[in-house]
Design a protein. Structure first.
Length: 330
């Protein structure tokens, strides 16, 4: 917060003082103003720095089908505040690429097989779709998914914190348009370089902890209260599911009577209508943590009100796998 100070000049209460006394008074007042002004400036610097320290984050903005953010980041712990100012649901997945690979390789080698496979799924040609996905290059197996921002509803903001190592990253959104086309193909893929220099951020402290693992599913049995809360997501054993991705955690508010079966079906991108605009009615997506390798931890923050909530992974058959968990906020 900027501090505004107005220091009044020295009032002359005597109308008939001599010129020498008047000059002396003015000089005294001028020096006093300088001294007080210096003190105010120092206070401004301290408070501005404190405010900056408390709010150190990287902003990512989407207004349509793009990511507006920095091209370069420091390594270490990074907090991202994602402002989805568009009219569609989005997400952000951070992909750490093998050395020498860039977004040009993404557009040439990764996006086409996924889109071809999705088009064939929409046509009901599952065998041909499998062959299309088989066109993915071998180096795709070296891509490391290091978290990101979970699904976030239109005109909403989500916050996630992850630890990033130096290297080349691609951030992407693979939600689909009404015609089944991935947002990735429409401009929602951006390259970011993470440099050796480290941030000043330390690992966050969490109000609640969520655990997720391939065999155990989502484990979360805590009483949750209203307000701004930070969740830690601990990733146990990971695996690549039937849709070529690993599991993640998304936080969703559900209105009374909302059909969780519709939500479960929609979050699976490999379903013909999965992750396709429009999102199912009765739900508001609040962010979460995208997939990470086993043993990693990511954090997300959400402002909670009273009501019914769901933690869900974007995997086929999330309920059967124990990756759909309801809880109440009181």
């Amino acid at each position: 917060m900027k501090i505004q100070n107005s220091i009044s000049g020295v009032r002359n209460f005597f109308l008939l003082l001599s010129l020498s006394i008047f000059s002396l008074s003015c000089q005294f007042g001028e020096n006093k103003a300088k001294d007080e002004g210096g003190a105010v400036n120092q206070q401004e610097e301290v408070e501005t720095k404190q405010e900056s320290d408390k709010q150190e984050f990287t902003e990512i903005i989407t207004t349509s089908m793009e990511f507006q953010t920095k091209d370069t980041l420091k390594s270490g712990w990074n907090t991202f505040k994602y402002k989805n100012r568009s009219n569609e649901t989005h997400l952000i997945l951070f992909d750490k690429y093998p050395k020498g690979k860039t977004i040009a390789d993404t557009k040439r080698d990764i996006v086409p097989p996924f889109q071809e496979g999705m088009d064939l799924i929409n046509e009901g040609k599952m065998e041909e779709a499998g062959k299309a996905f088989g066109k993915l290059p071998e180096w795709f197996q070296e891509v490391e998914f290091v978290g990101g921002v979970g699904l976030i509803s239109p005109q909403s903001t989500a916050q996630s914190t992850m630890k990033l190592e130096p290297g080349t990253y691609i951030i992407e959104c693979y939600v689909k348009m009404p015609n089944g086309v991935f947002h990735t193909t429409q401009g929602m893929a951006k390259q970011i370089e993470v440099v050796e220099e480290k941030t000043d951020l330390s690992e966050p402290s969490a109000d609640y902890t969520i655990s997720i693992a391939a065999e155990e599913g989502i484990k979360f049995d805590q009483d949750v209260s209203t307000g701004e809360k930070t969740f830690a997501v601990n990733f146990g054993k990971q695996k690549v599911h039937e849709h070529y991705l690993m599991h993640d955690v998304n936080l969703v508010w559900a209105e009374p009577g909302a059909d969780l079966a519709e939500l479960e079906k929609w979050v699976n991108w490999s379903d013909p209508e999965g992750l396709q605009t429009p999102a199912p009615k009765g739900f508001k997506f609040l962010g979460g943590m995208q997939e990470m390798n086993e043993g990693k931890t990511g954090y997300f923050t959400a402002d909670l009100k009273q009501g019914r909530y769901v933690l869900i992974a974007e995997v086929p058959g999330s309920r059967e796998k124990g990756m759909l968990k309801e809880f109440m906020v009181k």
